[in-house]
Design a binder for this molecule. Structure first.
Ligand code: GLC
Ligand code: CA
Length: 571
């Protein structure tokens, strides 16, 4: 398809930068990042060249799950500041041409939300049906798995009304009952409240889980444990609710939406994001994140970086959304480890180049890139040795569960050095002063000791830093619509170290070469579509970006250094 015929949208052309407020910048010395901290850093954010910021939840919350347990959807978390700070932040972003996307967490609320406090008081309370209850006289409720429960059980018995309530996440995160039209109306009103303030969209937390199966039937055992996620995402009224939300709220504004797509796969994603269905704009999936990783984030396969598998998954996703809907691309976020540790190498000799290589990938694929704060300076996993260093309720619960079962807690800790969520939540490393310039107090989560060498200040003005490479790659994508809309074609799918593809739009063809390994490679030129008469000098003239200072070709091969990334304009 020609560019002129494409359905262009600002959110397809945007680069999203994710900020986890707790870990970005503390402004008042209490060790917790806050909104004023982000305000202080607005010029930095602008200097990255990104278009959109997705801010993790900053609503009133008792912080059982760091803001994903909301007790008031229309107030700001006291630790983060107040509504005036929020409005100043929003205005500051808009003044710099940056849009702000908030987190919408409406599969569940906090148990400290007024609705839930009412709901649990009596069976005939007007808020009773805002949540899912199972009366105890019906016996033990059908099995439901919970991510964060101390026993992995999503039903919690509640004494006052002799009934169980449903919580897919922690017991302090009861699931909201979307079957109730009053609840839906409350949520839509709340969404209007934020859109009227001027926000530019929502990232929708586990939105695929909002519709529950009528009567809570027992699921097939094949869907027990963590496999239940796929059932949770298939609630019978999901699409009906999203269409209603679109009609009542979303369609009234020029905004973007993205589903956190737990349980979405290539066979069902189109139902969520096909434009003609009027539901959501985008979805992000977990299919690559689960390569080699099993229940409790244990490593089930030595090769959790299996490149052939990874290329296959990412190419299938590109294909699934190549004519309908629109894809997203990401490695890191607050739920996954640091990209360089998970997907490449954080060994001192490779970390910088490897992180630039991954940046090249994220910003040269089709689909809107979601880039996680700190990855632009190549931050890496902290790899806690001790469970006491963890803050994340997920790692802690799984550790306790494993201990209770007499399982291998050592293996769990070792795996979480690679997979654990807290690896991505350590404070941003601004400079080499105490606590990396994040706080003057005691940081809520330890700072990665490598901050003395890996930090923004050191990289700010160094031309070949990870940070300046990120800025350059952002520019390149912004200047080349081929990188946004161009057709994607995978080359050499079976190659175990090389990820190579072309992006093709109108008359332009770009070749992306990424060495995903720690050893040098030489690849046959013809297999890459480079004519064997092209020499290094000629090719160099067409190099759009390169994370090394040189690039080598022989008569018949292209040579890539460990973690080298190059984009060449072929036509
Ligand atoms: C999503 C969030 C995660 C949170 C969970 C429960 O997966 O990204 O951080 O713990 O939902 O809200
Ligand atoms: Ca603070």
């Amino acid at each position: 398809m020609k560019l002129a015929e494409m359905n262009r949208k600002w959110w397809k052309e945007a680069i999203v930068y994710q900020i986890y407020p707790r870990s970005f910048q503390d402004s008042n010395g209490d060790g917790v990042g806050d909104l004023r901290g982000i305000i202080e850093r607005l010029d930095y954010i602008q200097s990255l060249g990104v278009d959109v910021v997705w801010l993790n939840p900053c609503y009133r919350s008792p912080n059982d799950d760091n803001g994903y347990d909301i007790s008031d959807y229309r107030e700001i978390m006291s630790e983060f500041g107040n509504m005036a700070d929020f409005e100043e932040l929003l205005a500051g972003m808009h003044a710099r041409g940056i849009k702000l996307v908030m987190d919408l967490v409406v599969n569940h609320s906090s148990d400290e939300h007024e609705w839930f406090k009412q709901s649990r008081l009596s069976r005939d309370n007007p808020y009773r049906d805002y949540y899912h209850w199972w009366p105890a006289e019906k016996g033990t409720p059908p099995t439901r798995w919970s991510y964060f429960d101390v026993e992995g059980n999503a039903w919690k018995y509640d004494e006052p009304t002799d009934a169980y309530y449903l919580h897919y996440f922690s017991e302090k995160q009861p699931d909201l009952n979307w079957e109730n039209p009053e609840l839906r109306k409350e949520i839509y009103d709340m969404m209007h409240f934020w859109f009227k303030k001027g926000i530019d969209g929502f990232r929708m937390d586990v939105i695929t889980f909002i519709s529950k199966h009528d009567g809570y039937p027992e699921f097939d055992v094949a869907y027990h444990g963590q496999n239940m996620i796929d059932m949770y995402a298939q609630g019978p009224r999901l699409h009906e609710y999203l269409q209603e939300m679109n009609k009542e709220v979303l369609s009234n504004y020029d905004i973007m939406t993205v589903a956190e797509g737990q349980g979405t796969h290539t066979h069902n994603v189109v139902e969520l994001v096909d434009e003609s269905r009027n539901e959501l704009n985008m979805n992000y999936h977990f299919d690559h994140q689960s390569i080699g990783v099993g229940a409790r984030y244990l490593l089930i396969d030595e090769d959790f970086q299996d490149l052939v598998k990874f290329k296959q998954v990412m190419s299938e996703w590109d294909g699934a959304l190549s004519s309908e809907g629109w894809n997203t691309i990401y490695f890191g976020n607050h739920d996954f480890p640091r990209m360089v540790s998970r997907w490449a190498s954080d060994a001192p000799e490779h970390r910088a180049n490897a992180s630039k290589m991954l940046t090249t990938y994220l910003l040269s694929m089709r689909g809107t890139p979601y880039y996680y704060m700190g990855d632009e300076i190549g931050m890496s996993n902290i790899k806690f040795d001790n469970i006491d260093d963890y803050n994340d309720l997920m790692t802690i619960n799984w550790y306790n569960l494993t201990q209770k079962e007499g399982g291998d807690t050592h293996a769990l800790l070792e795996a979480h050095k690679i997979t654990g969520r807290d690896n991505a939540r350590t404070p941003i490393q601004w400079d080499n002063t105490a606590n990396a310039g994040f706080t003057t107090g005691k940081p809520w989560l330890k700072v990665n000791p490598n901050y003395t060498s890996v930090n923004v200040a050191e990289q700010q003005n160094r031309a070949d830093s990870e940070l300046n490479y990120f800025r350059k790659m952002v520019r390149l994508r912004k200047d080349n619509l081929t990188l946004v809309y161009g057709q994607y074609a995978l080359l050499l799918p079976e190659h175990k170290q090389l990820y190579a593809y072309t992006r093709h739009l109108d008359d332009e063809v770009l070749l992306v070469l990424l060495n995903y390994s720690d050893t040098a490679l030489s690849i046959d030129k013809v297999a890459l579509g480079i004519s064997d008469t092209t020499d290094t000098k000629e090719a160099s003239a067409f190099i759009l970006i390169n994370n090394f200072s040189d690039f080598e070709m022989t008569n018949s091969t292209v040579v890539l250094r460990p973690y080298q990334a190059v984009i060449i304009k072929l036509k």
